[in-house]
Ligand binder design. Sequence first.
Ligand SMILES: NC(=O)c1ccc[n+]([C@@H]2O[C@H](COP(=O)([O-])OP(=O)(O)OC[C@H]3O[C@@H](n4cnc5c(N)ncnc54)[C@H](OP(=O)(O)O)[C@@H]3O)[C@@H](O)[C@H]2O)c1
Length: 298
Amino acid sequence: MLICPFLLQEAHARILPSMTKIGIVGATGNVGSSLVRRLAEDGHDVIALSRKGGTDQARVRHVVADLAHPTQLRDAVRGTDAVFLMVAGAASELDPRAIVGAIEDASVSRVVLLSSIGARSRPTAVSHEPLRQLEAAVRRSGLAWTILEPGGFASNARAWIQSVRTEATAAAPFADVAVPIVDPDDIAAVAATALRDDRHAGSLYALTGPVAISPREQCAELGLSLGKKLRFVELTRAQAAAAWRGFMPPTVVETTLDALGTPNELESTVSPDVERVLGRKPRPFSAWAARNASMFGG
Ligand SMILES: NC(=O)c1ccc[n+]([C@@H]2O[C@H](COP(=O)([O-])OP(=O)(O)OC[C@H]3O[C@@H](n4cnc5c(N)ncnc54)[C@H](OP(=O)(O)O)[C@@H]3O)[C@@H](O)[C@H]2O)c1
């Protein structure tokens, strides 16, 4: 954690009461869907933004808005007290300053930005330039900001759904290189806290799981949650790159392979920040696997 003024500001906390309105960008994604659910359960009115939209539920109104058109974002979040902001993919076509400007123009007071540990751990990687620019834009804005920099997501194991279902097999490169992957639900829990509580303004949190875990170990944990032994197949870097190019921008593929194959200190260190913010330890990969076993045929 780089900056954490919230512990010092106990006496001056301003916590958004339930019923206040919160805007969630990327509301149908891994982090966003968990965050939407959590905030609605806690009594907030949620404006859920994505390009394709979703089905409205109690306290949740889905709005179609594309970050490539910041005025759509501005109009969607007008009247909200706080906004969760994230971008997907390479995001190289997006204009970070216009996106943050749109949130300011909507008279929102707080923003929580989902970035990536890669924005700091790979400072020259082209793939993370949009995230670095977004971080700079929220810091320069007049908004009360919190930046979340997670490591790899536990939900990346969804790439194994089909092969686990059909062949009881999971394939990945760097079989025995361990990094502390984080449960997207923990990211959502930290985001929900920072959106509601202004003691987190001005803080940057590195979000990881409780322990470093390798792909081979993740495969074994997943097998335990399914009650069957899974076969692990180690891919070469070239094989993984070829497979991932089908769903990831090329620059992101290369940086991800670098981070998974030769993680540097930031990428391999367990961060205390989830526990500092939530007052409990981050969840291990086994918890994500148990919650999501049905996707894998369990
Ligand atoms: N996966 C990892 O290991 C990892 C690690 C560190 C950081 N991150 C960061 O986490 C973020 C991804 O989070 P996630 O896994 O929760 O995302 P996700 O599951 O891929 O979901 C993306 C969400 O954003 C929406 N979206 C995409 N493009 C949009 C646009 N132009 N305008 C408005 N909405 C848009 C999508 O809905 P529509 O398609 O309907 O628009 C969806 O709701 C990325 O910024 C990534 O850099 C990921």
